[in-house]
Design a protein around this ligand. Sequence first.
Ligand code: MG
Length: 404
Amino acid sequence: MPDDFHQGSLFSDDIVREKNNHPPDDLAPRTPDGELPFSEADSANLNSLEPTEEELSSEELIEESTDLFDEQSLSSPLAESRIVTATERANLTVQEMNLGAVLGAAIGDAMGHPTEFLTSFEAIFERYGPQGVQGYELYQEQEDGTTFAPFTDDTQMAEIVLQTLVNGTDDLDKTMTEMASGFVQWYRNPKGGHRAPGNACISGCLKLEQGVPWNQAGGATSGGCGSVMRAYPFGLVFANDLEKAEHWAVEHSKLTHRDPIALASCAAMAIGMALIRQKKEVDFVVSEMVAAACRYCAKTAAMIATAIHEARTGVSPRVTLTRLEGWAAHEAIAAAVYIFCRHPNDPVRAILEAANSPGDSDSIATLVGAMVGCRCGLASFPEQWVTDLERTDELQELAKQIPT
Ligand SMILES: [Mg+2]
C-alpha cells in the first residue's frame, strides 16, 4: 500500500472534492484500505432486504413535501415525459441507439450543469420550484446571436474519447497515446472554454504533458467520477466485443484515475453500454455491470448492487440520491444504475431525476443519459433538448461514425 494512501489531502483532492468548488465540509473519513466507507444506510441494506425505518420515514416525508419523485404523479407537468414501448425499442436501428447514447449523455450533462453544486433536494427546489429543473436552465450566446445550452467537461472529454476510438487502431498503446494527446489539448484549449473540470483530470493532463506514460499519469488514489463520466463510448464502439470494451475502458481510466473504484466503475459502464446496445434486458444489463465492477473492486460492485436493490424495492430518491452524491466514481455509477432501473423506458423522466439530484448532477445525468438514450434512441428526447444543445450537429456527426 503506498504511503500516501491515508493522507487526508490526497483524499480530499482526488476523491471527494474532485470538483474545484465542492465545499470542504463534505469530506468523509476513509477506511484503512483507502476506500470510501459505506454509509449507515449502505450497511443496513446489505444486512437486510427490507428498507430501514429511517428510509421508510424518509419516503413518507418526500410524499408529503414534493411530488417530483412520486410515481403516482406522472400527470404532473414533467416535461414531455413518455414511455418508449417495447415495439419501438425493438425497431431501433444501431445508429439510432448510438445517436441516442451520445446525445443523451450530452443532454444529461447540460441538464445537470446548473444543479451540480447544489447539495440538497431542498436547495434545488428552493431555486427551481417544487418540480425542480424541467428543461435547460443555462444558455450561452453565440457570435451569430443564437443561443445554446452548454454542456460541461464530461461531454468535452467523452467527445475526445469517442473521436479517438473511431479514428483508432487495434493497438491499445497507440490509441491511448493518441487519447492522451487529445486530453492535453483539451486541458490547454477546450472547445467552448473550461467547464468546471475535476482536479484529477487536470493533474493527469499535466503529467501526460510532462511525458509520464499514459497508464501511470492518473493518481493512484484518484477515484472521482472523472473517468467513468467519459467511459460510455467503449461500450458503443466495442459493443460486440465485451472483453475489449471492458479492458480498454479500464485502461483508459489510468490516464487520470487509477484508484480501483474508478477502474471498476469504468468497467461497469462499458459493459452496461455494450449490453444495452445489444438490446439486452435491464435486469441482465445491471447484474452484468455489478459483475464487471467486482472484477476490480468489490465495494464498488456492492454499492451498485445496493442501488439496484433500492430501486427494485421502491426506496425513495430522497434516500438513495442523497447518499450517492456522485463525486466519487462508485457513487456516480451506483446512482446512475439506480435511476436507470427506475425509468429505463422514460428518458425524460430519468434525465430529470438525475439532473435534480444533489451533488455531481451533471455527471450522474450524463451516465443516465447515455444509458437511457442508447436503450430508447435519439427520437425519445424532446426535439428542443436536441436542437438547443451545444454543438449538437458535431456530436451527431461523431455518433454516426461509430461502427454499426
Ligand atoms: Mg461536469
